[in-house]
Design a protein around this ligand. Structure first.
Ligand code: SAH
Length: 235
């Protein structure tokens, strides 16, 4: 009787400690994320309230490998293994903002990597299709997205230079690895009125490029600043 009372008290104390430790950890990530949005995103001129809310709500630390988790909210890209990197938070925000995603849009992402960018897009669009070349990355991104409950993302392993012909055309396309030249297959898979964001150019010297396909099928190409992305494989 006395023993079980003691055990009960000990259990309550341990459980209480565990709950408050987990609570503190959650607070710490949330604090870091709030700080990231203020310092890295808003101060650099991105004020889209929906995007800021989504960035505050998306646990970036859950998408990066454990070895670099403590840097998840730093102002930097991070290695994912297999030659892939998760982009710096500001670049994710900049590209997402330029894409002008609406609730009814079907979006293709090329270069799933960690799945973080796909998770951001999933919260703005109706459906996200994302293609990743490296099987291990495709599998782990899919698992993370499932665990976190992003149900409107479909991950596929494959060569994103081919797009996703079965599901084309797309209202929006985001390419997060860099080809030397604009891939015309992807331009073809853009719906009239559609927009694509893609870093184009040689390694270390790429131009973030906005491609608009107008209602009559005409294409305009607008430069949006220098960036560095990993190469789109297969070139
Ligand atoms: N958007 C990702 C970052 C991607 S890094 C994120 O949020 O984490 C670029 C990714 O493109 C890498 O994972 C790389 O493996 C992938 N990639 C490179 N070439 C590809 C290709 N031809 N098709 C699909 N994915 C490709």
């Amino acid at each position: 009787m006395r023993w079980s009372g003691w055990a009960g008290a000990a259990f309550t104390t341990v459980a209480g400690l565990l709950v408050s430790t987990l609570g503190l950890a959650t607070d710490r990530w949330l604090r870091q994320r709030t700080h990231m949005v203020e310092e890295q995103i808003e101060k650099r001129g991105i004020h889209n309230p929906e995007l800021l809310r989504i960035l505050r709500a998306t646990p970036r630390h859950r998408f990066v490998p454990p070895q670099v988790r403590r840097f998840a909210y730093d102002d930097t890209p991070l290695p994912l293994g297999y030659g892939a990197t998760i982009s710096q938070p500001y670049i994710v925000a900049l590209m997402t903002n330029l894409l002008e995603v609406r609730k009814h849009h079907r979006v293709l992402e090329v270069g799933t990597g960690s799945g973080y960018q796909a998770a951001i897009l999933a919260q703005m669009a109706e459906q996200v299709y994302t293609v990743e070349f490296v099987p291990e990355l495709a599998a782990s991104a899919e698992a993370t997205l499932q665990e976190l409950g992003y149900r409107n993302v479909i991950v596929r392993q494959g060569d994103g230079r081919e797009g996703w012909p079965d599901q084309a055309p797309f209202d929006r396309i985001m390419v997060t690895a860099s080809p030397a030249e604009l891939p015309l297959t992807l331009v073809d898979q853009l719906a009239p009125g559609g927009r694509m964001i893609i870093p184009v150019g040689p390694s270390q010297n790429q131009e973030l490029t906005v491609i608009d396909k107008h209602a009559n099928g005409a294409i305009t190409r607008t430069p949006a600043g220098p960036v560095v992305f990993v190469p789109l494989r297969g070139n």
